[in-house]
Write a protein that binds this ligand. Structure first.
Ligand SMILES: [Zn+2]
Ligand SMILES: [Zn+2]
Length: 231
């Protein structure tokens, strides 16, 4: 696989998962299909999708530029062959754990530092009743710093072995889909049964109350540091 295809593949994975997020958002906002599964009962703001669009597009452009150019630049450190599926799984799991570790402390700091909360993180918290694509709705500085966890995770993998391209793509896709889902305000039967992964309710409570539940992919960091939101 050439350097160009690594970059194109990375961009396509992100376009694909965000396209899913777009369709999911349209179904949530414009139809009653998922209404029985909603966590909050509050109605969505009028024309909310249109209001969110400029920042969605800006952050999406940052995402595909950083990921596309990033994978192009680190091509020499990427293994593009098929390796045993368990090794791909280990890289993906490791990346999720490190990324979540970074996100927990970064996100908690965004709340504990009053300047950051007021001027940066408050933008993401305009969504009190989130819909899927609002995972993209954050101050661009927060958006970019949030991605640092991914960089740290794959840099650490690189210390031990080359980054596998399929692990990178699978991680990118699953991370986006999970982020999209935890902003859906929906507790769907199947997704609520996946062990270890944090449920929508975990992050939805964070948006509704503005306190506790700082982790994203898993919820164990909140349990470990006693920051789980209590009613
Ligand atoms: Zn927050
Ligand atoms: Zn959020």
């Amino acid at each position: 696989m050439s350097r160009e295809w690594v970059a194109i593949g990375t961009v396509l994975v992100l376009i694909g998962s965000n396209f899913f997020g777009l369709l999911y958002s349209i179904l949530v906002l414009k139809t009653d299909l998922f209404k029985p599964f909603r966590i909050q009962t509050k109605a969505y703001q009028k024309a909310i999708f249109k209001k969110r669009m400029p920042l969605f597009l800006f952050n999406f452009a940052i995402l595909i530029s950083v990921a596309g150019f990033g994978s192009y630049l680190i091509y020499d450190s990427i293994d593009t062959t098929f390796i045993p599926i368990w090794m791909i799984g280990m890289q993906v799991l490791f990346a999720f754990i490190i990324d979540d570790f970074w996100f927990y402390f970064f996100h908690r700091w965004l709340h504990e530092n009053k300047f950051m909360l007021k001027h940066i993180h408050s933008i993401h918290h305009r969504a009190t009743t989130p819909f899927p694509l609002e995972y993209l709705y954050a101050h661009p500085l927060e958006w970019m710093l949030g991605m640092l966890g991914v960089v740290i995770a794959f840099a650490l993998i690189l210390v031990v072995m080359p980054i596998n391209i399929y692990a990178l793509w699978l991680f990118g896709m699953l991370r986006n889909l999970h982020e999209i889902h935890i902003h859906s305000d929906l507790e769907l039967p199947f997704f609520s049964k996946i062990p270890f992964l944090s449920k929508t309710k975990h992050h939805d409570d964070h948006h509704a109350r503005l306190t506790g539940n700082y982790a994203s992919t898993f919820s164990w960091m909140d349990k470990l540091f006693k920051t789980t939101f209590k009613k």
